[in-house]
Design a binder for this molecule. Structure first.
Ligand code: ASP
Length: 328
């Protein structure tokens, strides 16, 4: 799908840009053919900040076709910047036991110590392992495997760039095999209806220090169907921002509040002042729990596209935001 893993410089020391296709990537990864028989396809070659729902739906189609044709697993190469979003959107829509493993690279293909080939090999090992079945979409970089529902890019520069804050990786590649670190005790939630490929109608804002609510009102006036606010602490914002939330909800906008902290998520009833989580719930906002603001935005988009009403939206956030694998 593109990203640094497929980027090369136009001239020595020039900035990198898309250059390699899927066949080039496979050819540069020695040992891949020993791990699996590969069916290779180019979906797109786009830097990940420009990936849209349309490309993710093409990837979903590729994954479905591959599994229907007998593939035990699917791997996707992708830019690391927005990799967590593509992985999570696919995870919401994926209903197969076979894993989709999303990988990429922090170093471009011509750099010394380029990590693309090793990541591709590790992703192939993961995608073909029986231990990766039934746990949805995974990410695999630097020999570390994470659940799409929890992973985030936590460093813009280092090779160990992906983490699941507050959770451990679900697996690691050790001596050429996948080792599972833990097993979800509960079953995966049902896949959600596939949204249209149109633009995402959910704004993502942060409750910054001194925010007076103008940004929320602006998103409200702009006509977004949903607004996700990365609240401070366990899901807080200023009293005036909370008033802007009330005005948006009164107009039928769905408002979800996540936490802008890296881990811990939102609460429901610890604080009761204006702009606190209990107050925002009272005003009709939904708490994202452990879902990051970025993942909450995608979940809200899929739910709004499926025309789930306020109760349906709140039920999905209450379960998916609380456990990796909510009880059925
Ligand atoms: N730095 C990014 C990457 O790792 C660029 C992108 O996300 O496409 O691929």
């Amino acid at each position: 799908m593109g990203g640094t893993i497929a980027m090369t410089p136009a001239a020595p020391n020039a900035p990198v840009r898309p250059g390699l296709d899927a066949h080039d990537l496979v050819a540069a990864a020695p040992g891949l053919a020993d791990v699996a028989d590969l069916w290779v396809e180019n979906i797109c070659n786009i830097p990940s900040p420009s990936i849209t729902v349309a490309e993710v739906l093409s990837a979903l189609d590729f994954a479905r076709r591959s599994v229907a044709a007998g593939a035990v697993g699917v791997m996707l190469t992708h830019g690391t910047d927005n990799l967590e979003e593509t992985a999570y959107l696919l995870d919401l829509l994926w209903d197969e036991e076979a894993p989709i493993v999303v990988t990429g690279a922090m170093r471009s293909a011509m750099m010394p110590g380029a990590d693309g080939p090793a990541n591709l090999l590790a992703a192939a090992i993961t995608a073909s392992s029986s231990l990766a079945r039934g746990i949805g979409v995974l990410t695999c970089l630097n020999d570390t495997v994470h659940l799409a529902a929890r992973v985030t890019k936590s460093s813009s520069m280092t090779m160990q760039a992906f983490e699941s804050p507050g959770f451990s990786p679900v697996g690691r590649i050790v001596e050429g095999t996948l080792r599972r670190q833990w097993s979800p005790a509960t079953q995966r939630p049902a896949a959600l209806p596939v949204p249209t490929a149109g633009p995402i109608d959910v704004a993502l804002l942060e409750a910054a220090f001194g925010e007076d609510g103008r940004l929320i009102s602006t998103a409200h006036q702009a006509g977004y169907r949903g607004i996700v606010i990365a609240g401070s602490g366990v899901g807080h914002m200023s009293a005036s921002a909370a008033d802007a939330v009330s005005a948006a909800i009164a107009d039928g906008v769905s408002v979800v509040v996540a936490s802008r902290t890296a881990s811990g998520g939102t609460a429901t009833a610890i604080y009761g002042y204006p702009g606190s989580e209990a107050d925002l719930i009272e005003r009709g906002a939904v708490m994202a729990g452990d879902l990051s603001p970025r993942k909450a935005r995608l979940l809200l988009h899929v739910l709004l596209s499926a025309d789930r009403g306020a109760d349906g939206i709140s039920a999905e956030f209450n379960s998916r935001g609380r456990d990796c694998f909510p009880r059925a």
